[in-house]
Design a protein around this ligand. Sequence first.
Ligand SMILES: NC(=O)c1ccc[n+]([C@@H]2O[C@H](COP(=O)([O-])OP(=O)(O)OC[C@H]3O[C@@H](n4cnc5c(N)ncnc54)[C@H](O)[C@@H]3O)[C@@H](O)[C@H]2O)c1
Length: 248
Amino acid sequence: MGKLDGKVAIITGAAQGMGASHAQRFIEEGAKVVITDLNEGGGRRLADELGENALFLQHDVTSPADWRRVVHEAEETFGPVTVLVNNAGVLGPISETVEFAEEEYLKVCAINQHSQFYGMKAVIPSMRKAGGGAIVNISSTAGLVSIVGAPNIAYVGSKFASRGMTKHAAVQYGPDNIRVNSVHPGYIKTPMMAAATDESGGGIAAQVPLRRMSEPEEVSSLVLFLACEGSSYISGMEHVIDGGLTAQ
Ligand SMILES: NC(=O)c1ccc[n+]([C@@H]2O[C@H](COP(=O)([O-])OP(=O)(O)OC[C@H]3O[C@@H](n4cnc5c(N)ncnc54)[C@H](O)[C@@H]3O)[C@@H](O)[C@H]2O)c1
């Protein structure tokens, strides 16, 4: 028995990095997974590798119309959606607030924050049809504190917003048996952090009590837990996975 047998999941930004790792783990645990991303080549390659329980759909998470199409195609292919992982995100440029361009601010917020609202809005009716569901919104340690090295004000603001919207949706849709949680990773080895190593930036590892960055698969274990029945009474909470970074 897989932990996600019978579940239908949408994972955004899943062509690479943590999203790709979550998709692989979910398939191993018996889910049917809709992998979405702007990156068509990477997304299709991954879906081919993962087999018949994976479907790739090209998707811009900042487009509400795209969201409606993705949920419709997911339902047509696999049935009502029971898990949503709002994972797609960008850092945006490294910039001080007084020099940060307004259009860049709006772009980062659209991808990291507005997308999570569009995703929840599009998917909740499908979850209601299924009798419930689990939503995992990927925030960051930058959604808890302004960590040293946070790229810009929009990244921190959008990740705090993800945490707040998570609580609002959890309260509103608890009676529909829909659980909503946020995940707050620290330093994870993905293409987003390509320039970072345990040694870079004066030693990223040295900032972390566990003295290393995390592999994406370690975050997948947490996301899997929040998506499956093992976390059946956990909702509206932030789940930090940062090797102790924000405990300091
Ligand atoms: N890597 C880290 O250390 C770290 C730490 C904390 C939080 N996070 C968060 O985790 C999530 C995943 O990050 P990652 O490190 O795997 O990043 P990544 O850059 O490796 O992957 C992100 C994916 O999102 C996709 N994407 C970007 N804009 C999109 C859009 N408009 N529509 C659809 N897809 C889009 C990209 O094509 C890419 O495949 C992000 O929300 C990120 O902010 C990452």
